[in-house]
Design a protein around this ligand. Structure first.
Ligand SMILES: [Zn+2]
Length: 197
């Protein structure tokens, strides 16, 4: 049964993009003209626009609305276990994981869901985990100007678990610490233990 029988209102997919995906189906060893694959090129093309929706946004935009009234709160703000999905730029294969984003506010805070939006803005692009981690941290650092930022990302890479060395279950952890979390031992220990490390 077709998943999308009405093509109207959907993003138009140029012929050359559909042809490219048909070529890939052939290369994979299948027959792009068989029934189940007829609409696959359009579906794949639209799915990739979603996976890579981050190219159409500036993640920093989510940090423009800040709050100065924090009731004297001057401790770490942490958003923990944020699930995300990205794709590796080397194989275009899924990267699935969770991120922990913390900052020590200087004089302003941001709505907590905004940190997740920043993450998704960078994750919805072709990535390497190291750069994703650094970009999220740098964005928070530049736009909230806090005392410190800590970002830790744990993820598994389908290009490692489903192909190549095929090691399911293996995960990769990356971190970027800036400001007080980099320079001050006690702050670093505190934030990492809040994150569960
Ligand atoms: Zn890869």
């Amino acid at each position: 049964m077709p998943l999308d029988d009405s093509d109207e209102q959907k993003l138009p997919v140029p012929q050359e993009i559909q042809d490219a995906i048909r070529t890939l189906l052939l290369w994979a060893g299948d027959d792009p003209t068989r029934e189940g694959l007829i609409d696959t090129p359009k579906r794949v093309a639209r799915a990739w626009k979603e996976y890579c929706a981050g190219y159409d946004e500036d993640p920093a935009h989510h940090l423009t609305r800040t709050f100065k009234e924090v009731g004297g709160y001057d401790e770490v703000v942490l958003l923990k276990d944020i699930p995300f999905q990205s794709h590796c730029e080397h194989h275009m294969a899924p990267i699935i994981g969770k991120a922990h984003i913390a900052y020590l506010p200087r004089d302003r805070v941001v709505g907590i869901s905004k940190l997740a939006r920043v993450l998704h803005g960078y994750a919805r692009r072709l990535q390497v985990q190291e750069r994703l981690t650094a970009e999220v941290a740098q964005c928070v650092w530049d736009h909230l100007k806090p005392h410190g930022v800590a970002v830790v990302i744990e993820a598994s890479h389908a290009c490692m678990t489903a192909r190549g060395v095929r090691t399911p279950g293996v995960g990769m952890t990356t971190s970027r610490l800036i400001g007080c979390f980099l320079e001050d031992n006690r702050s670093r220990k505190e934030v990492l233990s809040l994150m569960g490390f």
